[in-house]
Ligand binder design. Sequence first.
Ligand SMILES: [Zn+2]
Length: 429
Amino acid sequence: MKKTLFVFVITLNVLLGQNFEVDKSRIIDLFENLKKFGVNENEGNDRVAYSDFDIQARQYISKKLEQINAEVYTDFAGNLIAIYNPNNSSLNPISFGSHIDAVPNGGHYDGPVGVISAIEVLQTAHYKKINFSHPLELIIFSNEEGGVFGSRALAGKINNETLEVVTVSGYTNREGVNRLGGNSNRIFEEKRKPGDIHAFLEIHIEQGNNLYSKNIDIGIVEGIVGLKWWNVKIEGYSNHAGTTPMNQRKDAMIAAAKFILMVNETVNSFDGTQVGTVGRISAEPGVPNVIPGIVNLSLELRDLSSEKISMIYNKILENTGLIEKETKTSFSFSPIDATGDPALMDQRLINIIKEVSNSFKYSSRTMPSGAGHDAQNMALIAPTAMIFTPSKDGVSHSPKEFTNFDMIKKATDVLLNAIIRIDKIELKN
Ligand SMILES: [Zn+2]
């Protein structure tokens, strides 16, 4: 009798499109336990990728997931995968997850929030016996902080050079994935094809102060910005700082000063959320009594649209021409590492996340992500979306990172119910 009623209530929930809620106390429990693997004397987190803490945390999580009958394994790329598929469905999975590795002396939220919420989605699915047509796949990506390694492997964006990169743990990626239980010799087999995954979702802390400062519960990411870098070399003429009159100088440092301000003004002159930064500068010869003949700078531009990045870059080039004339110097630009293409999130998933947030009466806003995430690689192979939770004062990569449990619970509610809706729709492009 009781069981019949239980099944009836669940069916009614689904039919009425009612929401399931996750359990905040289980989220707190996961958080406190996971924190033990890496917490240091500053309350920071030393669980860097491939470290002993990384391995121990994975063992703890694996046990948790086995308790709810998920099939847990480590793939060749060192990603920890849990398949929850009580109906033995042969459909493509709905995948979700994030990372548990941190930067040295990092925090306990950047990454873990996405993993804890993903585990709680599976726990709620299990304990409330929510029925899914698709298998659910939880992914904990390997070495996110050292170049989104695990998700790049799934998207087929790594090569032998990537494997030899030495990470902050002191191990190369090759050694590291083997430590986690992967297999570096077969890593390229992990590449998934577009269409292999029904949809991918990731919860992450915002790492900015848009949500927290405005007291907004849920950030819905429209896309992860692309980024372009250039080396900028300014050539003037080195001469004696005491004997060269002011009107006869070709001072590369003066040109640099004008350039830095001009970049800021040019980026600000366009509508939108684009950002531009000159983050590095060095002058030659770099002594107090010589007019600098050469200055080397960096230029970085980020936006959701590659076209917009090009447009702003062209405007910067045009304005640079004026500075060259004015200062009698010459500028040259050479691109470096121009691989960070923008990744747009799937509009259908964005709409679902918005609907679910509204149905819970959680406030939300759409926004770009200025930081890179595993979701940007997953977007190459699957319809992808990201949910942001507020970071206190916008802090991240620091022991001071903080997101309160109510906010994590709200984001997890949205993730679970978005997955329930995504389970019922076709997502072929
Ligand atoms: Zn992260």
